[in-house]
Design a protein around this ligand. Structure first.
Ligand code: NA7
Length: 537
């Protein structure tokens, strides 16, 4: 490791980066983790908006690698809130003594491939310059928030923030006139949580989403003991489903089941906790338009039943896509919030926002004064965090230039022309299209095995082949075309109206499921990494 500061540098201290740090420590390597926040947690460090929690069953979200950790940690809710997940990640970092390998408040500004040292030279915003043989990115899928491009966003004089950058101190909502723009998974959680805590709430909705009840509840100490006894079974179940959740599709097809039986099954799913209603539905629901339409009608009825004003219900019912063909926001009394007198829904299709003013929001019809404006307007997803770093590969091309028309990768884990770099949770990966930690553990395990192979064989250069990238691009495309999801505009398919892109409809993830993805990875490893050029200089 002549002339290099580190064997490996990891970027990002979220779920993925922490696990990679654990693996490198186990391997006894000289490594560093750089994090732009002031502490660990990634998603769970940043998103301090009220109501933030995951939609994974808590016991399926924790790391599975340490029995001791599983034994020591107690989840208190079936779908853990942000605060608890952040504490969990801090606990992991302390337990495995990873903090000493981490540097905080360090945003990576550039990473430049240096052939002379067969490694990367990294520069951070504080001016630190570090070199490393390998660069391991764990920069997050949803870590580059985007504000809407309305005139006057900067001019609002009172409190306004994007949900990702919500203030660290709890916001005082009592008696305040609050606006929320955006009704994706984030907006839905936020709106449900604050509706009864604010003076008034005005929701600006562009396109509604199909939401379903989360049915969260406390985990009793007895339940936690039972979970601990069943961890093996729990992880083996998650291992066998394409999504890494408990939920797997029902083997029956929608129209093979009698209407009353179908309805009873759907009622049961709607009343059950978590993503079952989306991922545990009839096997054709997410691939066949007619089957999808049938279930979509069922969900529309639910919205009509839950919202008292039929005109409001109509506005909350999506007309442009079927259930589950975009990310399903999971909710707790979301629809009921619109029955409250202090909550108003503005359809900005009918009444567009013209600009943000010093005192509020000017729409076509009127000016709304506010004390707080919250932007739940989403992210420059998946590729955004990479675009913000100047990553310069071996022929002087930046990664941003290479991906100008959409990402090109080998398994979503490496990029041709960018040697010695592993994108642990990168675009086109199968690991990011699952219950996140389940996919992440697999990707990090695979990358760590490859790193071990490189270290053991004194290989100081690897680069994926261009034709391997073409092959993987075809796989990503094929899987995306198989499902209705791939045809809709959402962040998974590269859509964000607030970002200029050359590509508008490119699936940014491998949607073939973790079982197929795992097979590609294990074949690659057992065949001696045929899709890479490797050498010892
Ligand atoms: P999403 O799912 O991208 O949702 C963003 C929302 O903001 C969505 O309703 C957008 O409407 C709306 N939006 C975006 N820009 C504007 C403008 N300019 N004007 C009005 N409304 C706008 O992001 P989330 O943060 O909710 O969720 C991201 C993921 O985080 C989620 O899937 C979970 O996995 C966790 P649109 O639909 O574009 O019309």
């Amino acid at each position: 490791m002549k002339n290099l500061n580190y064997d490996a540098i990891i970027i990002g201290a979220g779920v993925c980066g922490i696990y990679q740090a654990y693996k490198l420590k186990q391997m006894g390597k000289n490594f560093l983790l750089l994090e732009q926040g002031s502490d660990v947690g990634g998603t769970w460090y940043w998103n301090r908006y009220p109501g933030c929690r995951f939609d994974s069953e808590s016991e399926t979200y924790g790391y599975s690698f340490s029995e001791e950790l599983l034994e020591e940690w107690n989840w208190t809710e079936h779908f853990s809130p942000r605060e608890e997940t952040e504490k969990y990640l801090q606990f992991v970092v302390e337990k495995f003594k990873l903090r000493q390998h981490m540097m905080f408040d360090q945003r990576l500004v550039s990473a430049i491939w240096k052939p002379g040292i067969s490694g990367w030279e990294l520069t951070t915003n504080t001016g630190k310059v570090l070199t490393s043989r390998f660069l391991l990115t764990a920069v997050g899928l949803l870590s580059s928030p985007t504000l809407p491009r309305y005139e006057g966003v900067e001019s609002f004089k009172s409190l306004s923030f994007h949900t990702f950058n919500a203030p660290r101190k709890p916001v005082e909502f009592a008696g305040k006139r609050v606006a929320v723009i955006g009704t994706g998974a984030t907006g839905v959680q936020l709106i449900s949580e604050i509706a009864d805590k604010v003076g008034s709430l005005t929701v600006f909705q562009r396109r509604p989403n199909w939401c379903a009840p989360l049915h969260n509840s406390q985990i009793t100490p007895q339940e936690m003991t039972d979970i601990k006894n069943r961890y093996k079974e729990i992880y083996s179940l998650c291992y066998k489903t394409p999504s890494g959740f408990y939920h797997d599709v029902d083997p029956r097809k929608t129209f093979d089941v009698a209407p009353e039986e179908r309805e009873a099954f759907w009622e049961e799913l709607y009343a059950s906790p978590g993503f079952g209603v989306w991922l545990g539905n009839f096997k054709d629901m997410l691939v066949d338009s007619e089957a999808n339409t049938e279930f979509t009608k069922f969900i529309a009825k639910k919205i009509q039943q839950r919202v008292t004003d039929p005109k409001v219900a109509e506005k909350l019912i999506p007309k442009d896509h079927g259930f589950g063909t975009r990310r399903v926001p999971m909710e707790t009394n979301y629809y009921e919030a619109f029955n409250q007198d202090n909550v108003q829904l503005i359809d900005i299709g009918e009444n567009p926002i013209e600009r943000i003013t010093e005192k509020g929001i000017q729409t076509k019809d009127m000016h709304y004064p506010f004390d707080i404006i919250i932007y739940a307007t989403g992210f420059d997803a998946v590729t955004g965090a990479f675009d913000r770093i100047s990553i310069v590969g071996e022929n002087g091309q930046t990664l941003r230039e290479k991906w100008a028309d959409g990402p090109q990768t080998n398994f979503g884990l490496s990029v041709s022309g960018f040697p010695n770099m592993l994108t642990l949770a990168g675009p086109q990966s199968g690991s990011v299209a699952t219950n996140f930690p389940r996919g992440i553990e697999e990707a990090v395990n695979w990358c760590s095995q490859m790193l071990e192979y490189l270290f053991d064989n004194d290989i100081n250069y690897f680069n994926p082949q261009l034709d391997a990238e073409s092959f993987w691009g075809e796989q990503v495309q094929e899987m995306s075309e198989r499902i209705l999801f791939g045809k809709e505009q959402s962040w998974f398919t590269g859509y964000n109206s607030n970002v200029d892109r050359n590509y508008r409809h490119k699936c940014l993830i491998y949607a073939g499921g973790q079982i197929r993805f795992r097979k590609f990875l294990s074949d690659e490893m057992s065949n001696g990494y045929p899709s890479f050029v490797m050498r010892s200089d």
